[in-house]
Write a protein that binds this ligand. Sequence first.
Ligand code: GLA
Length: 764
Amino acid sequence: MGIGFDEKNRLFFIETAHSSMCLAIVDDEGFLCNVYYGNPVGEDDLTYLLRTKIYPFLPSHNSRDRGGFLDMARMEFPSSGVGDYRNPAVCLRDAEGHDASQFTYVSHRIYTGKEKLYGTACDGKEIRIPATFGENAQTLEIELEEKVLGVSAFLSYSIFEDSDAILKSVKLVNKSDRTVIIDRLLSSSLDLDGGTFGNKAPDIITLSGSWARERRLDRRSLERGNTEVYSTRGVTSHQFYPFSALAEKNTDEEHGRVYAQTLIWSGNFLCGSGMDQFETTRSYIGINPEHFTWDLKPGESFQSPEAVLVYTEEGLGGMTHVFHDLFRDHLIRSPYLHKERPVLINNWEATYFDFDTEKLLNIARDAKESGIEMLVMDDGWFGKRNDDNSSLGDWIVNEEKLPGGLTRLSDELEKIGIKFGIWFEPEMVSPDSDLYRAHPDWAVAAPGRVPCKMRNQYILDITRTEVRDHVYESVAKVLRNAKISYVKWDMNRALTDLGSCGLSAESLGRLSYLYVLGVYDLQDRLITEFPDLLLENCSSGGGRYDGGMLFYSPQVWCSDDTDAFERLSIQAGTAMICPLSTMGAHVSASPNHVTGRVMPFDVRGAVALSGTFGYELDITKIPEEERKAIPEQVSIYHRYNEIIREGDYYRIAKNAEEGGYYDAWMSVMKDKSRALVTYIQCRAYPGGKGRVIRLRGLDPDAVYEIGLVGSDDENSFYCSRAKKASWESLAPGNLNGSSLMNAGLIMPNLPGDYAQLTFEINRI
Ligand code: GLA
């Protein structure tokens, strides 16, 4: 394990516990090529894999067919315009418009640790870019040079002792005395030989969706040409997650070689893979070149965000474990990461804009009685906002709704004994707001064009220091003056009409990147001034749910769709990459407000329990039997949250692959002592005799006791008597881990659609 350099053969080895990557400096010119990435192979000279001794050979042996070499070489930092016609990682332009570049090796250093990443804002301020961190890191930095343009590229590769991920980023430095335009700079490009996938086209797996149905799994065969997901919306987007994986055919949750990539970034991105004429695959990920150009002036540098590469031969489940552990151990900084989050009740779906202090206090009193620990006041408490047409930017409490302001409300909540959380949408301004009337030029807009409205709102140009300072102060002022434990930071529209008074015409292509830096700066200031604040990010649900935002908040509102059936796919997709402890998930009223679907209360609870857990309903109005069931649900949350938060997560069955009949997943503590298994019967299965689910992640030699959650309570709502009886007729005695993982458990047929069974598995 570690990073090494074989001077004789000019090879770099980047070795994690279960993977090796080998790079070579090739030919006299010093091209950097990817020789191998996959299972550990030791430090053999594998350069034969580059096929440089057969036609078209190396440029030094065949300069008349230099293009043939560039057209097939597995380039680690491919550039455009010189003979490699595949997707480039970098495109530069000189002052006269020439766009050819070729980077070759200059030097390298290998060091212990990992440096922080910084981007430069308009005013020259260095703003930290989210990236993984940790003590036990080692880094290889390779300097490549574009000799004609005088630009250096510093390619960085880091590993952590306890992770199988490789972290990659690139920094460009203009060492010349002329401005160079960056038209494209991706964070990672990875070329793999077709043989990697047994000379068969691999599958490409991505996550796609829309508002209210985020991050569903897409899987298809990689064809020749490129398959891409992307965002040009200024946020990561509901439509695609910055993730793709190449998986050999037949890869399932437990088996199969998977090469995955994701980006720690909260704005525009491009991510995909292509297969070329020689079956070489090229996977690439980074900032989307669309809406991006960067005029790199003499002496300036430009930093890319960090890409995460994961290789595993343990299928999609193995990939997920590497991502979850990396995010929990090396990316999420919040002091709440390993803590049980307070069970909250949010008034959005309860009241929408129609609330006042009394309504909120009534909800809070009933909530407190049921064991709920925090009330979150959502949109509508400020300016004259009684619908979504006005007041964003005017973060001044509406005393007509909340007489005595937030001080009175937070004092009253304190008396009730419940914490207080509040909603903001700081990056926005409504055309109908005092802020917009005073500063119409603060909105992102292109001259002569009325900016496109979305939800009747504009985006504030937080690339500008004075705008960012104002935004920060207006949020901080509210937090300084009331007892607020939690903030939901929302962002409800995408970027359009890219224009800014702060940027000159030549630098306008920086806007989308600088916007993201602005968000990071704001969130960084917030968690620095209010270190005890629990921050939850949100963007019309899960429109900006990514590793970048998780650097600031330990949780993100997963989706505006709280329908438990829809959530099965949304949460399973999100949890491909992001730990369960980050997924904002609430129990809402039935019929569901988005889908109209009717769903039992216990099923809604079982699905929300696999996230941060809370309620999104009017507790004063729900049926009495549901209200009575809340204390039991809350106590189940307290009892099992540690397993969900800290454990290893396994997808056991996905309803989309099971004819829509059932879904199941489990979490297992790292020491394998406890597990929680959730089984959802989505549709009744006529004539069935119960289906087997095989558990995972247990200690094969340990003996486990299997208990149906809720069954020890005579009056359990979570586990009715009928359910208990159906389970008991199929329940085994204690079983060893091996039996549970190989023979499995039989899930009884339950009457009707939508039913849940939750099991605790304890080592004895
Ligand atoms: C977004 C959020 C919701 C809610 C509304 C308020 O849509 O995702 O949860 O906060 O805004 O306007």
